[in-house]
Design a protein around this ligand. Structure first.
Ligand code: SAH
Ligand code: SF4
Ligand code: F3S
Length: 454
């Protein structure tokens, strides 16, 4: 292969996909491909896709249509669909878009080189069979030089009645603590400052691992993993996402309170504030249990930021049941909430139930919930006003080059005047002068703050 070939990846969906894309980009660069920002100038275009809701899936087809057309003028173009739509549709994608060279599910991301070799031998390839994910064979091309994703557990063993993820991501597979620590140690040596540990249900980590933990406990858990990795040199901050209420223990909360590098932010989706809807969703917990978790978090860490996901308009959801979601949001006061209208997904139980709600009802509820979320987030932001927050500087503010931007421990996006060339990767004290619902602005202050690095 000549080394002048260029590749482009567009990534849809969640952090799992972002992490997979970074690994696939790493493989392509090892093969001699160079990054092209513009898809139309690339010789290889890869769409890493998401199918969590119908609109995510449809977006992929419109992007693909453009590239498929281009392939008629440029037969050397290599066209790849990876990720969750690839897994869901498999062979059917080839019938829909015959121009495709490769359809590959998320479990095959680390195998991109092998699969491409088959393509370059003249085959049209579909790789969607369930496989054990190969470990540690890739050097990701990371988007940031400051923060990095580290996969901890792949897949999902739950069966929420609305969700495609178990179908497209396969069963749980935890990585060994030693492999996770080794990846973090490498990141620390490369100058990364923050790691986000990733899993669909990260607090279910370890259930599938045999043997004892490095500290000799019989069962591997996320809590043990945090104790095991928290002192990795160079890594100043550790985050983890996403937590499932079923596995979120007091022991985990205590560890987060105790370990200084673990950020005071928790992302724990509740999906609905109504017990009957939670039951129909097969979530395996109640509203009361969820409230107890948040109460315990706030006992140990009164200032912790809490975010979550919620779905409105689940089949059969009544107005009163929806109001229970509003009440929960009112009661807890989330720092951030990802909201979505229920979208029926192929192969999921709830999609074929007869009690579907109209798009109008869903849209109305979504709008009402979003309004409340913005109000509550703005209230939550108020507590930062006048305070000094430690901000890890990640980048320049794209809208104002005199400013840098980064995140507080609680994950609030924060802007302040500064020179990115000097501050990138530094944790700096910032006195907050302006608060908005989802972001803050402040001034850098010269004051000694524990944990500040520049
Ligand atoms: N594993 C995580 C969430 C993964 S999917 C958990 O269990 O909490 C990310 C979010 O997408 C979910 O939290 C849910 O809010 C939303 N989602 C999943 N399926 C959906 C569907 N069919 N319609 C609308 N939103 C959905
Ligand atoms: Fe989907 Fe439920 Fe698994 Fe989350 S826990 S990924 S919502 S099936
Ligand atoms: Fe989407 Fe797949 Fe993530 S469906 S949300 S990219 S796991």
């Amino acid at each position: 292969m000549t080394d002048s070939r260029r590749y482009h990846i567009t990534t849809f969906g969640c952090q799992m996909n972002k992490a997979d894309s970074e690994r696939m980009a790493g493989i392509l660069e090892e093969m001699g491909f160079e990054w092209s920002e513009a898809p139309e100038q690339a010789d290889l275009v890869l769409y890493n896709t998401c199918t969590i809701r119908d609109n995510a899936e449809q977006k992929v087809y419109s992007y693909l249509g453009r590239q498929a057309k281009r392939k008629h003028e440029q037969p050397n173009l290599t066209l790849i669909v990876a990720g969750c739509v690839a897994q869901q549709e498999g062979e059917a994608l080839l019938r829909r878009v015959p121009e495709l060279d490769l359809v590959m599910g998320p479990q095959h991301a680390n195998r991109l080189r092998d699969l491409l070799e088959q393509v370059f031998d003249g085959n049209q390839v579909v790789a969607t069979e369930p496989v054990h994910i190969f470990e540690d064979i890739t050097k990701p091309r990371r988007d940031s030089t400051v923060t990095a994703w580290v996969n901890v557990i792949y897949g999902c063993n739950e069966r929420c009645t609305y969700c495609v993820v178990p179908n497209v991501r396969g069963v749980e597979q935890s990585r060994l603590p030693e492999a996770i620590r080794a990846e973090m140690a490498q990141l620390g040596r490369q100058g990364f400052k923050e790691v986000t540990l990733l899993g669909q249900n990260i607090d279910a980590y370890g259930r599938d691992l045999p043997g004892t933990t490095p500290a000799g406990r019989h069962q591997h858990t996320l809590t043990d993993l945090l104790y095991y990795v928290h002192d990795v040199p160079g890594i100043e901050r550790i985050r983890f996402a996403t937590s499932h209420p079923r596995y979120f223990t007091e022991r985990l909360i205590r560890a987060c309170a105790e370990l200084p590098k673990v950020c005071e932010h928790f992302h724990i989706p509740f999906q609905s504030g109504d017990n009957d809807v939670l039951k129909a969703m097969a979530r395996g917990y109640t509203r009361e249990k969820y409230l107890r978790i948040i109460e315990t978090v706030r006992q140990y860490m009164p200032d912790a930021a809490i975010s979550a996901d919620a779905i409105v308009g689940f089949p059969g959801e009544t107005e009163a049941q929806f109001e229970n979601t509003l009440k929960l949001v009112e009661e807890i006061g989330f720092d951030q909430l990802n909201t979505a209208a229920y979208s029926p997904r192929p192969g999921t139980p709830a999609a074929v139930w007869e009690n579907q709600l109209s798009e109008d009802v869903k849209a109305d509820r979504l709008q009402r919930l979003n309004h409340l979320v913005a109000t509550k987030a703005a209230e939550r932001s108020q507590r930062y006003l006048g305070r000094v927050e430690k901000v890890l500087v990640e980048d320049q503010n794209p809208k104002d080059p005199t400013q840098v931007m980064g995140r507080t421990g609680g994950n609030r996006l924060t802007f302040c005047t500064g020179d990115i060339a000097k501050l990138k990767g530094c944790i700096i004290p910032v006195k907050i002068t302006t608060v908005r619902a989802f972001s803050l602005t402040g001034d850098r202050v010269e004051m000694p703050v524990a944990g500040a690095t520049c």
